[in-house]
Design a protein around this ligand. Structure first.
Ligand code: ADP
Ligand code: MG
Ligand code: MG
Length: 898
């Protein structure tokens, strides 16, 4: 029988799919014997029924009633009972934590009568009305949909009238007045009364959580994070504990390690006499967690103990919410905490050192995306100038952009191509689209656990928070900073997420220490090296030790080849030859194209030959001892001719001036017109060129072979491979290969030593993938050109589709990510698998790699590993990322070390 409700005592952390992360971890803490207020969780399955049918499952109401009475029994209090009522919170929580879901409603069960029961003694009166005030406000905005700003306005108005700065100073009379005004507000705005029946409050709050799954912000977040839309959320109903109960009460958040750097210690914020979100909302200044020791020493000691236990239980950094009610500690949430890339590498290494996890597990916990972040530039030494503000460096990185003061402006300007920094006093979930659009978030209030900090870290955005010298004036669209500097909207500022400093203007960027480490060849760093470099080195070593796939680079010049090698490339997977036809060589290429007859063409090709040979010598030298896959010319020849319009204009001008147009121009224009293609991507290019333009293949192959001979004579170990692009049928490859053999034979004879280069083909047309078995008979290796293969499989001309309508496709969820970014496993991936299987069946020792941009994309690297490829090839800068991900992919083969 399907159950829709689980008591905390019935769940555990392994049930996150069903109970959501929050519900599962609460159950886990109960299982560990930690002090958790009792409660139960409604499953994601109930939500899925609701999403599918518009109604909760029929059994749900009954199950909730049963669990509620068990809760009432256990606590000895009843929901809605007038004297000392049971109050509960209704909390949302899916498999993945998601900003944008309905916010938690606290203090459910209060109404005009039970508030009197809760406040029965004079010292509880203020507390009771404060709680009721919170319920009406939260319920009114999140469940009944009244704009939360209206409640804030009322609150601010009363505070102003009574001359108090923060909520905790309001007395009972003022709170009673606020509650009444709130209720009026709800009536005015919705035509409904605030519901007095606690059971109705509970029911409606639960349904509102379900409904919020499809809220705009939640959907935006899921799209960004590639979270499936049909998972649904769980709802946790939990007995209230009260941090708003005077000076020995309060609420706080804690991290078992510093989520920004990974260092161990006590990190967190605490706010006394506060409930729920107060601590992260920035309404009052929080104190560091250690300050809890004074007013509540026993709770503080206990908390530290629980933190240690949780960290060793979860074997990872934990993020914790707790409340102290009159000196007594209650645990309200834990989860494995989000962290910066720097902290991720650091913590993984530390936990491995401590013997808590294996190195394999450590590798699993870092990512190529994180490594890319560590490799991103920071502000260079030139950042010496005066900072206009200094805040808490909550999420690292270097960002430059125009200051903007609300989410709407951030979105508008960034859509117009401008880089922006969102500056707020503090952020709320409403700022999310602005945070997505901005390069960085800068706030004047809140600590490392504030909304801005947590969300920015999750998105990998730069964040500096709590820059208290700033006075942010969103209405005046400016902020004032140290020394009275006023910064207006649109002014460019630089935000340093490593140091927390903010500067005027655009500070120049410099390479990160991690890039410096790779540039130095990835040698073991000394003790004096920066911590992140040492962390990266260890994990790279681990990745290299376990990965099965090789990593090569796409490089066309000796400089790129050398850099790729320093970054750990094991060869070149794609050396394009087209740039060798550009620049000052262009006249020679034009001569080749315009040649009348073989003799003229041979002459032009003959002039190109020594230049190409020199190019190859340089690259083979830089990659000595490692394979270099050289692709024969791919783009259509007209790409090497001048622009048609420019030529036509030049000729027309000459004619208009009465002169005779340049003969060569006329000839060029005729050639351009002759060779014009409606759809060059599918025109005369790749292997087709080689078969149609006599002598072209021979010249290129001769240049390669002669370069090999030169390098050998110099004592080198050149390993050139020849790759034929855009093959659709084995017949094309067979013809080219004959030519290659002939040339290699000739060069061998001239050199007096055998020059052998493996010949292979790119697989970048569906027909090639589908006939890979035949093609493999003529190919010694395959290299998937996944850019063209994606274009030709989808029928997308990349240049035409990406800018034109991909954003619409992504918005509508046609695909969660561009297939040019991450390999489309179902379609293009299927072709890859077919070609691998059939190619290897025909030729068991067939070497197979990939040289499209996907070779440097983490997700795609995992796919290529699964598909059995021998190597991936990517741009030099992404080589370390591919190495790391190839290592992580190999871990999935044998899940040891868990
Ligand atoms: P979020 O998912 O946004 O973190 P939570 O469900 O954790 O939302 O709740 C918001 C705030 O309310 C948190 O600070 C949490 O600790 C607090 N809270 C939730 N339930 C209770 C409860 N039963 N008693 C006291 N505080 C609670
Ligand atoms: Mg929480
Ligand atoms: Mg291609």
């Amino acid at each position: 029988m399907v159950r829709y409700v689980y008591d905390f005592s019935e769940g555990g952390r392994d049930m996150a799919d069903l109970l959501g992360g929050k519900g599962a971890n609460l159950a886990e803490m109960v299982r560990m014997g930690l002090p958790v207020p009792p409660g139960f969780t409604i499953t994601t399955e109930a939500c899925r029924v609701f999403l599918a049918t518009g109604e909760p499952p029929a059994e749900l109401a009954g199950e909730v009633a049963t669990h509620l009475s068990a809760l009432e029994q256990a606590t000895g209090r009843r929901l809605g009972q007038v004297d000392d009522p049971l109050l509960v919170s209704v909390r949302s929580g899916g498999r993945f934590s998601m900003p944008g879901m309905m916010e938690t409603v606290l203090d459910i069960g209060l109404n005009d009568l039970s508030v009197l029961g809760l406040g029965k003694s004079p010292e509880r009166e203020r507390f009771a009305w404060d709680s009721y005030r919170r319920l009406v406000q939260m319920f009114g905005s999140t469940v009944m949909g009244v704009d939360s700003a209206l409640f804030e306005d009322v609150l601010a108005g009363v505070k102003r009238q009574s001359g108090v700065e923060d909520d905790s100073r309001l007395d009972s009379c003022e709170l009673i007045r606020i509650v009444e005004t709130f209720k009026d507000l709800i009536r005015e705005r919705t035509g409904e009364e605030f519901p007095q029946d606690p059971a109705e409050q509970l029911r409606r709050a639960v349904l509102a959580v379900f409904t919020s799954w499809n809220g705009e912000r939640a959907r935006l977040y899921r799209r960004r994070e590639h979270i499936a839309d049909d998972l649904g959320t769980a709802v946790t109903v939990q007995t209230m504990v009260f941090g708003n109960h005077g000076a020995d009460s309060g609420s706080g958040v804690a991290f078992t390690r510093d989520p920004a750097t990974g260092r161990t210690g006590v990190y967190g914020d605490y706010l006394s006499d506060a409930q729920g979100e107060d601590v992260v909302a920035g309404i009052r200044d929080t104190v560091p967690l250690t300050d809890l020791e004074g007013p509540a020493p026993a709770a503080y000691e206990q908390l530290r103990g629980h933190m240690r236990r949780l960290e060793s239980h979860y074997r990872d950094l934990c993020d914790i919410e707790f409340t102290v009610e009159r000196g007594r500690l209650w645990m309200l949430q834990t989860r494995v905490g989000k962290r910066t890339a720097q902290a991720a590498f650091n913590i993984a290494g530390q936990l491995a050192d401590e013997g808590v996890i294996t190195m394999a597990e450590a590798l699993r916990r870092v990512s190529g995306e994180g490594l890319a972040r560590l490799m991103s530039p920071r502000f260079g030494a030139a950042a010496e100038g005066d900072a206009i503000a200094r805040g808490i460096p909550a999420s690292p990185g270097a960002a430059v952009g125009a200051a903007v003061f609300d989410a709407g402006e951030a979105v508008r300007r960034s859509a117009a191509g401008e880089q922006v920094v969102l500056v707020r006093q503090e952020t709320t979930p409403d700022d999310l689209p602005g945070m997505v659009a901005a390069q960085a978030v800068l706030t004047s209030r809140g600590g490392k656990t504030s909304h801005a900090a947590v969300v920015a870290r999750g998105m990998g955005k730069v964040c500096v928070c709590g820059a208290s010298e700033l006075t942010v004036d969103p209405a005046g669209r400016c902020f004032t900073a140290l020394g009275g500097v006023t910064v207006r909207e649109g002014t460019v500022i630089s935000v340093d997420g490593f140091t927390g400093e903010v500067r005027l203007g655009s500070v120049p960027l410099a390479d990160s220490a991690v890039v410096g480490y790779f540039e130095g060849g990835g040698r073991a760093p000394g003790d004096g090296a920066q911590q992140d470099v040492r962390d990266v080195h260890r994990l790279m070593e681990q990745a290299d030790a376990v990965r099965r796939m090789e990593v090569r680079a796409n490089a066309d010049t000796p400089e790129d080849a050398a850099r790729a090698r320093r970054f750990g490339a094991q060869g070149i997977g794609l050396c394009r030859t087209e740039h060798m036809f550009l620049g000052e060589r262009r006249p020679l290429v034009e001569a080749m194209i315009l040649a009348h007859g073989d003799a003229e063409r041979q002459e032009a090709l003959g002039a190109l030959l020594p230049m190409q040979r020199e190019d190859f010598i340089g690259i083979l030298e830089a990659m000595d001892g490692l394979p270099v896959t050289i692709r024969l010319l791919d783009p259509p020849l007209h790409e090497f001719l001048p622009d048609r319009t420019a030529l036509a204009v030049r000729i027309a001008r000459e004619e208009a001036l009465g002169g005779a147009p340049d003969a060569r121009d006329a000839e060029l224009l005729a050639a351009v017109e002759r060779m014009h293609e409606e759809n060059p991507m599918l025109g005369l290019r790749g292997v087709r060129l080689g078969l149609v333009v006599p002598g072209l293949v021979a010249m290129q192959v001769r240049a390669v072979a002669e370069a090999v001979v030169v390098r050998r004579k110099a004592g080198g170990d050149p390993r050139a491979e020849i790759m034929v692009p855009l093959v659709g049928t084995v017949e094309e490859l067979r013809l080219v290969r004959e030519e290659v053999r002939r040339v290699l034979g000739a060069v061998s004879a001239e050199a007096g030593a055998a020059v052998a280069c493996p010949v292979g083909t790119m697989i970048e047309l569906p027909r090639a993938a589908l006939t890979a078995g035949r093609i493999a008979r003529e190919a010694e290796f395959f290299s998937f050109g996944t850019n063209d293969l994606t274009q030709t499989t989808w029928g997308f001309s990349r240049d035409d589709v990406e800018a034109a309508f991909f954003s619409v496709y992504l918005d509508k969820g046609v695909f969660p990510v561009s297939p040019f970014e991450t390999i489309d496993r179902e379609g293009v991936g299927r072709l890859v698998r077919i070609a691998v299987a059939e190619g290897r069946a025909a030729r068991p020792d067939l070497k197979i790699g990939v040289c499209g941009e996907h070779g440097g994309d983490p997700e795609s690297v995992h796919f290529f590993h699964e598909a059995g490829l021998d190597y991936v090839s990517c741009s030099p800068f992404r080589v370390p990322i591919a190495r790391l991900e190839a290592g992580r992919a190999a871990l999935d083969d044998h899940r040891e070390g868990n």
